[in-house]
Design a protein around this ligand. Structure first.
Ligand code: CTP
Length: 401
């Protein structure tokens, strides 16, 4: 923390008292700490406490422009290297997720390009409310980092999750995150994500349950680790925020084949997380199919196996596939790794609760061609994405030794 410029943003919850300890510990560890408080935070703790602990003035009024040469909130936003919101109330999380900037704290946070860490603290039911969860997911997608609250006795009398993490643990979490080396700097990473859609007629198509979350998480994680990322994505509802990700939208398995093969020669690491259709209707109707008495059979033909084609033309690329399995996951995954000439495969048993399509979590095993296995516990897809990229990095390092 030595010499780090830390902006501590204190919003209005009873845990504001713990933020005093956080300010003190950060200062003791050599950080230069400036504090912004919301009006409600000042009902719990006096700004004077933070001023005395940090030896810096405390900011709370957007229009309190002490230096005519500067705009205070922009100046603070630019100054900060790290911003910590502790405690982060449901209200401040909601405002940030919706771009609302109506006080000094939210205005500054909207203007900063510092890494922002959010340490929520609230009643357990508030923390579990779908609105709060959706807002946190949105911020997570935008690259904000959450420091989860602990479970225990809450000031409101409930026992549950919602207690501001202990100041030393907050600092530890930030330190661990800060030292994450940019292991993929200079690497070109090509990722595929989402489902494909195979048209039958102007109003109907065949698709699958993939939402693209795992592939998008991989793209974000790779960009955060320094890579240049191209993401070839089938139809999903997800957005990409990281400017360094080049998004290529496709619809069919044939489009996926074309685009993946186009970017393949120039790529160093290629990860096929997409759920590509194996079959498409043999005949595509230009007019809407009319119903007729009796059953209907639709003749399907095979699509190209994109991953297999990449495995055949592989030169320098480290090629990683995904295997969605419902039984004998590891054996089936290993068989696919060999058959498709892969360097590694990420196997998930989509029949297990907490794994597979749609959800925010996954349970996967990473297998490489040297038969090494890394089994990951259930975790957020965003965290699994980082772990997968770390395994790939390690395998590449081992290969070059
Ligand atoms: N894949 C592909 N093109 C296809 C089908 C699959 O590139 N037409 C890729 C997927 O992106 C994934 C891997 O192959 O990385 C494995 O996909 P999966 O559906 O698990 O297996 P399949 O090869 O389709 O085999 P099976 O249907 O027998 O399980």
């Amino acid at each position: 923390m030595l010499g780090k410029k830390v902006l501590l943003c204190v919003s209005g919850g009873i845990a504001a008292y713990k933020a005093c300890d956080l300010a003190s510990k950060l200062t003791q560890q050599g950080a230069d700490v400036k504090v912004i408080m919301t009006e409600n935070a000042m009902k719990f703790v006096s700004p004077l406490v933070f001023q005395a602990l940090t030896r810096n003035p405390v900011h709370f009024d957007t229009f309190d422009e002490l230096d005519p040469a500067k705009i205070a909130h922009i100046d603070l936003a630019d100054w900060a290297e790290i911003a910590i919101i502790a405690p982060a109330t449901a209200n401040v999380i909601g405002k940030l997720a919706h771009g609302i900037a109506d006080d000094m704290l939210t205005t500054t946070l909207l203007a900063t390009s510092a890494e922002v860490y959010i340490a929520p603290a609230m009643n357990v039911h508030m923390y579990e409310h779908p609105a709060v969860i959706q807002n946190m997911n949105q911020l997570d997608q935008w690259g904000y980092h959450f420091i989860e609250p602990g479970a225990g006795y809450l000031a409101c009398g409930y026992v549950g999750k919602g207690r501001l993490e202990e100041p030393l643990k907050i600092i530890e979490a930030i330190k661990n995150h800060q030292v994450k080396p940019m292991i993929l700097t200079g690497k070109k990473v090509l990722i595929s994500a989402g489902p494909t859609r195979e048209k039958l007629d102007p109003v109907r198509f065949f698709t699958n349950r993939s939402t693209g979350k795992m592939g998008f998480a991989l793209a974000e994680a790779a960009a955060n680790l320094g890579a240049d990322v191209t993401l070839v994505a089938g139809p999903t509802e997800l957005d990409i925020v990281n400017q360094r990700i080049h998004l290529v939208n496709i619809t069919t398995a044939e489009d996926m084949y074309t685009e993946m093969n186009k970017y393949f020669p120039d790529s160093d690491i290629v990860i096929k997380a997409a759920a590509v259709a194996d079959y498409r209707p043999k005949q595509v109707f230009t007019e809407k199919m009319k119903k007729k008495p009796g059953d209907l059979s639709i003749e399907m033909e095979r699509t190209k196996d994109v991953l297999m084609s990449l495995g055949e033309r592989k030169t320098k690329q480290f090629l990683v596939g995904f295997a969605a399995e419902t039984n004998n996951a590891i054996e089936n995954g290993m068989e696919k790794l060999k058959r498709k000439n892969l360097d590694a495969i990420v196997v998930n048993n989509v029949a297990t609760e907490g794994a597979g399509f749609g959800g925010d979590t996954n349970i996967v095993t990473y297998l490489n061609k040297n038969l090494q296995q890394h089994q990951l516990d259930i975790a957020l897809k965003t965290d699994i994405a980082t772990s997968i990229l770390q395994f790939i990095h390690q395998d590449l390092k081992d290969e070059s030794n």
